[in-house]
Design a protein around this ligand. Structure first.
Ligand SMILES: [Zn+2]
Ligand SMILES: [Zn+2]
Length: 138
């Protein structure tokens, strides 16, 4: 494997590059797999096809947190805000809140059930990625 910052070879289990001191997860200049220089802004290495950006665990959303948010606060779309499904979240929040007043809560109950179902789908793995396509963390 290669340092993504300076392109020098680093051992497979190294946490930092010996040459430049960067964490092996940092940097987007060189391909981690083949060491080729990456075109700025490219998503994959043109040489070997490896994804440039690493999915770091801190960017992964928690499956349990998202599922519980859906089950308990699904009527306000909180789980979808958390996961970054903005459009769906806004619809659920608006219908959930407005439904309280206009439909005496009937629409809100519908959204709550929707959120509950999505919460269960998240927990069971039917919904497996967040709004950016990053896999959820178990
Ligand atoms: Zn380096
Ligand atoms: Zn490559």
């Amino acid at each position: 494997m290669f340092c993504k910052n300076c392109g020098s070879e680093v051992s497979e289990n190294a946490a930092v590059c010996m040459k430049c001191g960067f964490s092996v997860n940092d940097g987007e200049n060189y391909c981690r797999n083949c060491g080729q220089k990456i075109t700025p802004g490219a998503a994959v290495c043109v040489n070997c096809g490896t994804a440039v950006k690493n999915i770091v665990s801190s960017e992964q959303k928690s499956r349990v947190a998202a599922g519980l948010l859906g089950i308990f606060l699904g009527a306000w779309g909180v789980h979808n805000f958390y996961l970054g499904y903005q459009n769906k979240a806004v619809i659920q929040l608006v219908v959930g809140v407005v439904g309280l007043f206009l439909t005496c809560g009937i629409a809100t109950t519908g959204i709550a059930i929707w959120g509950l179902v999505e919460g269960i789908m998240i927990l069971t793995g039917s919904i497996n990625v967040d709004g950016k396509g990053v896999p959820l963390k178990d």
